[in-house]
Ligand binder design. Structure first.
Ligand code: HEC
Length: 207
C-alpha cells in the first residue's frame, strides 16, 4: 500500500509538471504548421497609405460596383427590358427546346431570327461559352490550355452541327457532363440568341 501511494504521488507530480506550464505566457509567437493565410498584407480603413494617390487606405468603391445582396435593376441591364429576362416561361418549346420527348428544329415563335439576335448571341457566347469552347466553337478555349482532359466538345464537328436548335438550347439550359446548366444564369431569350450564333458559327465552318 505504501508503494501505491508513493507511485501515485510521483504520477501526480509528473502530471502536474507536464500540463502545469500551459497557460504561461510566451513572448514568441507559436509555431504555425499550417498558416492558412492568417497573415496577409492589408490596409486598415483609417490607416494612411503611400500606395494610393490620396494617401489614404480607405478608397471609394469603383463606380458601378454592386454591393453583395443587391442586384442590378433589370431594365438597363445591357438594354434588356424586364420581359427579356425570363429564365423560364413554362413548359412550352420556347423554354425547353422540346416538343414532348423530342428536340425541336427552328426557333420558337416568341423569338425572331434577326441579325440583332445573332449579334446579341455573339456577345453572350463570348461571355459564357468562349472560355471552354473557344471563339470559333472548336473546343479550344483557354480552358483547354490548362486542363486538357476531358476535352470540351467541338461545336463545329458534324455530330454537334447536326443537332437541331432545340437540342443546343436544351444543352445550354441543362448542361452536359462537365458543362454546367445555364438555366438560372442566361435568360431564355439570350439562350436562343446564343443558339442562333452557334448555328452561324457552324454554318461558317462549312458544317
Ligand atoms: C466549363 C466549360 C464549358 C462552358 C463554359 C460551356 N461548355 Fe459546352 N461543353 C463543355 C463540355 C466539357 C462538353 C462536353 C460534355 C460531354 O459530352 O460530356 C460540352 C458540350 C457542349 C455541347 C455539345 C453537347 C452534346 O450533346 O454533345 C454544346 C452544344 C455546348 N457544349 C454548348 C455550349 C454553349 C452554347 C455554351 C455557352 C452558353 C457552353 N457550351 C459553355 C464545357 C463547357
Amino acid at each position: 500500500m505504501r508503494w501505491f501511494f508513493l507511485v501515485l504521488a510521483i504520477a501526480m507530480v509528473a502530471t502536474i509538471y507536464a500540463i502545469g506550464p500551459r497557460g504561461e505566457k510566451f513572448s514568441d509567437p507559436p509555431f504555425e504548421l499550417f498558416p492558412d493565410m492568417d497573415h496577409q498584407y492589408k490596409l486598415r480603413p483609417q490607416e494612411p497609405s503611400e500606395f494610393f494617390a490620396d494617401g489614404q487606405a480607405a478608397q471609394k468603391p469603383v463606380s458601378g460596383t454592386v454591393p453583395l445582396g443587391y442586384s442590378l435593376p433589370h431594365a438597363g441591364n445591357d438594354g434588356n427590358t424586364g420581359s427579356d429576362l425570363e429564365y423560364s416561361s413554362g413548359d412550352g418549346y420556347a423554354s425547353t427546346g422540346q416538343f414532348g420527348d423530342n428536340y425541336g428544329e427552328g426557333y420558337p415563335k416568341e423569338v425572331e431570327l434577326t441579325p440583332a439576335l445573332v449579334k446579341r448571341g455573339q456577345e453572350r457566347y463570348q461571355v459564357f461559352c468562349t472560355p471552354c469552347h473557344g471563339d470559333s466553337g472548336n473546343g479550344q478555349g483557354i480552358v483547354s490550355k490548362y486542363w486538357a482532359i476531358p476535352p470540351t466538345a467541338n461545336m463545329l464537328d458534324a455530330r454537334v452541327s447536326a443537332m437541331p436548335e432545340g437540342q443546343i438550347f436544351s444543352t445550354i439550359t441543362h448542361g452536359k457532363g462537365l458543362m454546367g446548366p445555364y438555366n438560372g444564369v442566361i435568360p431564355v431569350k439570350d439562350r436562343w440568341a446564343i443558339v442562333s450564333y452557334v448555328k452561324s458559327l457552324q454554318a461558317a465552318s462549312g458544317n
